[in-house]
Write a protein that binds this ligand. Structure first.
Ligand code: PA5
Ligand code: NI
Length: 187
């Protein structure tokens, strides 16, 4: 039998009082997803391969739900804001919830059929990610973007499609503002 447990989450840092796993993504590992490769290579060298985001999770074997935090640093590569890899779930029947704790950003979604949705991420915004919609978060602010996610541990990640083709929209800084534009490279 599984027993209930309370986990404290620091909404400013994404730290969790109980964690079962974590990983960090650095800029060099995200080279395929950014368009401005010279800017990326420059930043990897000049900034000593900075951390872009960190994921911390709380997982209980045997449970049908697990949760965790993603904490994204502020930053840009050229004019493109720091973002996650983005993925579909391996299980096409499983969605997810993203609840933003701090910072500001954009949640970019794309259905299997190519429809796009853009949701804001700011404290209190709780996003419903339907099954079979790819999702990528983008930190458009000056501070850390921290959100809690909840999903089924069997959902899994399918990175191939987004890694190869990107998403239809890009989130960039234009004239000092956040702009969602059509990707020049998405077919
Ligand atoms: O399951 C999720 O959607 C999140 O936990 C993400 O995995 C996390 O935000 C990191 O993004 P990605 O897996 O696209 O690199
Ligand atoms: Ni997901």
């Amino acid at each position: 039998m599984l027993f209930p447990q309370s986990v404290r989450i620091d909404g400013a840092t994404g730290a969790m009082s109980i964690e079962t796993g974590r990983y960090v993504k650095r800029l060099s590992e995200l080279r395929p997803i950014f368009h401005d490769k010279p800017a990326l290579d420059h930043d990897v060298a000049a900034l000593d391969d900075p951390q872009v985001y960190e994921v911390v999770e709380y997982r209980k074997p045997g449970s049908d739900i697990f949760f965790g935090t993603t904490t994204m640093e502020p930053g840009k590569v050229g004019n493109e804001f720091y973002m996650t890899r983005g993925h579909f779930h391996a299980r096409r029947d499983m969605g997810e919830v993203y609840y933003t704790q701090s910072g500001e950003g954009v949640l970019l979604l794309q259905s299997r059929g190519g429809e796009t949705s853009v949701l804001e991420m700011r404290p209190g915004a709780c996003a419903f990610i339907p099954p079979d919609w790819a999702h990528r978060s983008i930190n458009t602010g000056q501070e850390k973007l921290v959100f809690v996610w909840v999903c089924n541990p069997e959902a899994g990640h399918d990175y191939a499609d987004i890694m190869q083709r990107g998403m239809r929209k890009l989130v960039v800084e234009r004239d000092g503002k956040v702009a969602v534009i059509d990707s020049p490279t998405h077919p």
